[in-house]
Design a protein around this ligand. Structure first.
Ligand code: ZN
Length: 210
């Protein structure tokens, strides 16, 4: 099973990906994580990516495709995989289709911006031990204090209202054509991300079948 996961920041992609991996024994492929890993390992690919990112440019489609092409050859992909963070654009989606035939399903977790912004700005992390919280869904026992180590919690720079709005805007600009692309292929499954984690999973499982 070859899946693509589409959703704005805080739409719940990570949570749903974990459930899909467990149920269908799929590999999880996050191109962002992989790029960071290549860079930290200092591979040829990583060095190339690092110099591109250092110049402030975006990593090219060719480079990302090369990474995905290698990654899906790995053993853990034999039952299939979930792509997260890729493709981001229609051009990348076309290149992916050239590479693998086509995806079985593009799952779009749709949430209104207002709700996403609330979730994003409710995120808190502990600067000392790294524990993460969410004032709405996973609040610390004492407000603003880490349960684990007692440190005062802080907010990541890109989890502020202004940064959150900008991230959502970028997401819409990039993803709407992508959603249309998969819709035209009859491969899009859109699920309402506001119905609760378990209901979102059930809807996806029902669509994919056992
Ligand atoms: Zn802590």
């Amino acid at each position: 099973m070859k899946l693509v996961l589409i959703g704005a920041p805080a739409a719940g992609k990570g949570t749903q990906a974990r459930k899909l991996i467990d149920k269908y024994k799929l590999a999880y492929i996050s191109t962002g994580d992989m790029l960071r890993e290549e860079v930290s390992k200092g591979t040829a690919l990583g060095l190339e990516a690092k110099s591109i990112m250092a110049s402030g440019a975006l990593v090219s489609d060719e480079l990302i495709i090369a990474i995905v092409r290698e990654r899906i050859k790995a053993d853990d992909c034999k039952n299939g995989f979930i792509l997260d963070g890729f493709p981001r654009t229609v051009v990348q989606a076309e290149k992916l289709d050239e590479l693998i035939g086509s995806v079985d399903k593009a799952i779009y977790i749709n949430c209104p911006d207002e709700a996403l912004l609330k979730r994003i700005t409710a995120r808190q992390t502990c600067p000392k031990c790294g524990a993460s919280y969410n004032k709405i869904s996973v609040p610390p026992k004492v407000p603003d204090i880490c349960d684990v180590c007692g440190e005062k919690l802080t907010q990541r720079k890109d989890d502020t209202v202004e940064a959150g709005k900008a991230r959502l805007e970028t997401f819409h600009k990039q993803s709407e054509p992508l959603v249309d692309y998969y819709k035209k292929q009859n491969r899009l499954f859109e699920v309402d991300g506001m119905i609760g984690i378990d209901n979102v999973s059930s809807a996806i499982f029902a669509e994919l079948g056992d």
